[in-house]
Design a protein around this ligand. Structure first.
Ligand SMILES: C[S@@+](CC[C@H](N)C(=O)[O-])C[C@H]1O[C@@H](n2cnc3c(N)ncnc32)[C@H](O)[C@@H]1O
Length: 305
């Protein structure tokens, strides 16, 4: 695969990049600059993913390095360019490759909502772009005053999307760093974080606690990592345990409420995933149009009677 790319000239690569950018022209506008620009095989560049994060570009590769011709072809577009290796075991921050550097935090935009980003705060940049359509769907479906619980929330951008439609959100994550980042995302959008709830801790623990308190939500977002441990060290594996997680969440849903159940686990079909979700009407959602390689994110909206 690397050989094929090595054989490609810089002008040929520039052509491929320009074509991919053109294909996504309608997605990128003054309201949205957080999109996937090249998606591996889906855009003739297997093993390479290019994403726009606000003013910057990030090229991620499955291989150990960035192919020099591809680096030069990308650099010719003049954007701040960063690179990272896609490696689930050694998760490192991107490194600067060319163009102006972007130090510290900066801002990107999704459907008019601002998102705090960083190329220096670790492996992930502050937002998962593959959830853009799900965030838009959430924003479109909630009504002012609805309650939304965003579990495994990371930097809370699902919460921001729901709050933009008037929902009262609860943002739940194990990490204090990400909860503080989520608060910053609210502030960036002129929404006082004090009007919302932030819960630090384990999703399984909190869901049991909410159920005991009979605390219920209109919508719950479930987007867990493929593998996780709860606060008692009990292991969670998507392929075996999603049904248990879904049941805990279902106990905290108002009649007529919804759960968005997601997983990016590649080793399971959408059908097998859906078979783990019971007691609700299920509707699978597609990945966003800029994700042109094989779809990996399974998203199911579950509506309760
Ligand atoms: C893949 S990210 C979720 C992405 C997020 N749903 C989004 O679209 O922005 C996983 C997050 O789950 C959190 N996490 C992992 N295990 C957890 C647990 N048991 N309870 C709560 N949060 C957990 C991590 O800290 C991380 O922020």
């Amino acid at each position: 695969m690397l050989e094929r790319q090595r054989a490609m000239s810089i002008p040929r690569l520039q052509e491929i990049i320009s074509r991919s950018l053109k294909k996504r022209q309608s997605l990128q506008n003054s309201e949205t600059d957080l999109i996937r620009l090249i998606d591996g095989s889906g855009d003739e560049l297997p093993g390479n993913i290019l994403e726009s994060y606000g003013e910057g570009w990030l090229i991620s590769t499955t291989g150990p390095g960035l192919n020099p011709e591809l680096r030069d072809a990308l650099a010719s577009f003049g954007k701040p360019l960063y690179w990272k290796r896609l490696d689930q075991h050694q998760k490192e921050s991107p490194v600067h490759v060319s163009g102006p550097e972007i130090p510290g935090f900066f801002t990107g935009m999704e459907n008019g909502l601002k998102c705090r980003l960083s190329f220096q705060s670790g492996y992930s940049q502050g937002i998962f772009l593959d959830q853009r359509d799900n965030r838009a769907a959430l924003r479109a479906m909630v009504k002012p005053g609805d309650t939304v619980l965003n579990t495994f929330a990371y930097t809370g951008f699902f919460s921001v999307a729901a709050a933009a439609a008037g929902a009262v959100t609860s943002t739940l994550d194990l990490s204090q760093v990400y909860l503080d980042w989520a608060r910053e995302n609210f502030r960036l959008n002129d929404m006082p974080p004090e009007d919302h709830f932030f819960c630090k801790g384990d999703t399984f623990h909190w869901l049991r606690r909410f159920a005991k308190q009979s605390r219920k939500f209109n919508v719950i977002i479930l987007d867990p990592p493929t593998f996780s441990r709860d606060d008692k060290g009990k292991v969670f594996r998507v392929e075996k345990d999603y049904g248990r997680l879904f049941e805990l969440a279902a106990a905290c849903i108002v009649p007529g409420g919804k759960i968005l159940a997601c997983t990016n686990y590649r080793g399971m079909s959408t059908q097998d995933f859906m078979a783990q979700l019971s007691g609700a009407r299920l509707e699978a959602a597609e990945m966003p149009d800029d994700f042109t390689d094989s779809p990996y994110l399974k998203s199911v909206w579950a509506t309760f009677p």
